[in-house]
Design a protein around this ligand. Structure first.
Ligand code: COA
Length: 177
């Protein structure tokens, strides 16, 4: 898959709603630890994306997608801009997702590099995130220079009835030249 990374404003995100739901649904069905448990309830993913679109419209979130050339959305990531006064230099990377059929081709890495660029543009020099411990994502973040702070061992319920640990990580960005 060759794909380009795009930033979606609220209008473009609403137009892409079915595709955004599709990428999220594929990740949840694949067992990703991204906030949702199976079985999903009717309208749950749509309602989630509506709340993201509201945050994008309000200027509190940056939404990026990876779009296949001539095709649909195969990946996405969000940057949540910390709204509190003492966190104006800080943002949280959320919901990095690549469709199962497009994984292991570098799109996750491309989305993460694009989100760093978006953070610099938004003058956010500190990025924080958390991820299920030992997930593919944790290796990706470590390779991109994120520092592991530590693990909270029983952090998030999973769809198999268990509880997974989460690794908390951060990265400081150099300022734009
Ligand atoms: C985490 C996730 C986004 C990674 O996406 P991805 O597009 O597969 O990421 P990349 O392709 O950049 O890297 C993944 C692996 O593919 C490898 N890879 C990248 N390009 C490759 C290529 N051309 N050929 C072979 N392997 C390649 C990477 O080295 C990496 O290897 P590793 O897992 O052994 O460390 C994806 O697995 C996903 O959506 N998971 C479910 C959702 C989730 O858990 N998200 C994280 C929330 S915190």
């Amino acid at each position: 898959v060759s794909a380009t990374i795009e930033q979606l404003d609220a209008h473009a995100a609403r137009e892409a709603l079915p595709e955004l739901i599709g990428v999220l649904e594929d990740a949840v069905m694949g067992g990703a630890s991204i906030g949702f448990l199976l079985p999903l309830s009717e309208g749950e993913l749509g309602a989630y994306w509506e709340s993201v679109i509201a945050s994008v419209a309000g200027g509190n979130k940056v939404l990026l997608v990876a779009r296949e050339s001539g095709g649909g959305i195969v990946g996405t990531v969000q940057l949540a801009l910390e709204p509190r006064a003492n966190g104006a230099h800080r943002a949280e990377v959320q919901k990095l997702l690549v469709h199962r059929r497009a994984r292991r081709q570098g799109l996750g890495r491309q989305l993460m590099l694009a989100v760093e660029q978006a953070a610099r543009v938004a003058e956010r020099s500190l990025l924080v995130l958390d991820t299920r411990t030992d997930d593919d994502a944790e290796r990706l973040y470590a390779r991109l220079g994120y520092t592991r702070l530590g693990v909270i061992p029983r952090y998030a319920l999973n769809s198999e009835g268990g509880i997974d640990g989460s690794t908390f990580m951060y990265k400081e960005l150099e300022a734009l030249p």
